[in-house]
Design a protein around this ligand. Structure first.
Ligand code: PLP
Length: 367
């Protein structure tokens, strides 16, 4: 079998052996003492990675379901929403809000760098009746991380009345890079088990501010499975509203224990170091970076020179070196390949990717 660490797409990410083993445990009753203990541990280990004193909710769905939950629990049809789009995931968040009847205006931003706070402040100032702003913390399609603290501050500075809710797609960032929901004044943050959490796909994790819970009580978008008030009420009793993805919960429990033991700051430090290591080794492979600034600690978009076939490069990497990288999406399909370095990742993993890239680029150039 292939080395599990060779899977270097930006999610799903490699799952360490103890997490794989935990995921393979026999099922338990989700109304039992055992389950209660599992939830109690997660309620201790998860919130620090969101920077919140509040609850972290667990939904059985992929990350996109978490984004949908963020929208339908805080907004009402007709609400005015500004969707900040600097990549494909920003567009998806906007699509969800539009699908549920919000009046969505997209603010297109440069894909190659973080969104400038001044632009957001001006955009908010020009739209005094906004109900919410949608932000993407880490644009997985471009390898750029936005400064959410600064953007949230800019939203408040630009707003004259009650500031709009700030909903953040943190799917590929939370758990790998610092996130401070309470301190930054973010209202909803969402992530997914298969990204920095080094677990299999199947769970979305969410945290809400007090302001978001107040909005939750008022908002009228339809919801049932994703009714977060119900989730919170039950979670506080150690249960969940419907049968959870039990195997993924076991896995997440093992992974969160590892992250808790490594420590939040050490986890963040490792991601920062590993990303930097990868970027600094890239020029020697003959390739460069897609982004111009604000490089992500969890995913790097590698620019593929014009004339080089990205599909052939990816195939060569896999066939000869066993290294699996992600393709570009949408308009970037022929222009980049993406390297995931979130969750279970260290310098050695990146050294292997760099060596494989160097050899494959040379082969592609000689072809
Ligand atoms: C992966 C990802 C998503 C989609 O998550 P799914 O789990 O595939 O639904 C959304 N936003 C960002 C930023 C992501 O990285």
């Amino acid at each position: 079998m292939n080395d599990p660490r060779a899977l270097r797409v930006p999610g799903p990410t490699p799952v360490p052996e103890p997490v794989v083993a935990a995921g393979a445990r026999p099922m338990i009753d989700h109304r039992s003492q055992d389950f209660l203990h599992l939830i109690a541990d997660l309620r201790t280990w998860l919130p620090p990675f969101f920077g919140t004193e509040g609850d972290v909710l667990l939904l059985t769905s992929s990350g996109t379901g978490g984004l949908e939950a963020a929208i339908v629990n805080t907004l009402s049809p007709g609400d005015r929403v500004l969707a900040v789009c600097s990549g494909l995931f920003g567009e998806r968040f906007a699509d969800i809000a539009a699908a549920f009847g919000a009046q969505v205006e997209r603010l297109p931003c440069d894909w190659g760098r973080g969104v400038p706070p001044e632009a957001i402040q001006a955009a908010v100032a020009a739209r005094p009746d906004l109900n919410a702003v949608l932000l993407t913390h880490n644009e997985t399609s471009t390898g750029v991380t936005n400064d959410i603290a600064a953007l949230a501050e800019a939203i408040r500075a630009g707003s004259r009345g009650t500031p709009p809710l700030i909903l953040v797609d943190g799917i590929s960032s939370i758990g790998g890079v610092p996130f401070e929901l309470d301190a930054w004044g973010v209202d909803v943050a969402v992530t997914g088990s298969q990204k920095a959490w080094m677990s299999p796909p199947g769970l979305a994790l969410l945290a809400l501010s007090e302001r978001a819970w107040e909005a939750q009580a008022r908002s009228t978008m339809p919801r049932f499975y994703f009714d977060l008030a119900r989730h919170r009420r039950l979670l506080r009793e150690g249960v969940v509203p419907s049968t959870p993805a039990m195997g993924v919960l076991f896995a997440l429990h093992a992974a969160a224990r590892m992250m808790h033991e490594e420590g939040r700051e050490a986890v963040y430090g490792r991601h920062h170091r590993v990303a930097k290591y990868f970027r600094s080794g890239l020029p020697a492979t003959g390739l460069g970076l897609y982004a111009a600034a604000d490089f992500s600690d969890t995913v790097t978009a590698v620019a593929v020179p014009e004339g080089m076939n990205t599909a052939a490069l990816l195939a060569e990497l896999q066939a000869r070196h066993g290294v699996i990288l992600g393709s570009g999406q949408g308009p970037l399909k022929e222009r980049i390949v993406r390297v995931g370095h979130m969750g279970w990742a260290d310098e050695e993993d990146m050294a292997r990717v760099l060596a494989a890239l160097a050899a494959s680029v040379a082969a592609a150039a000689n072809a």
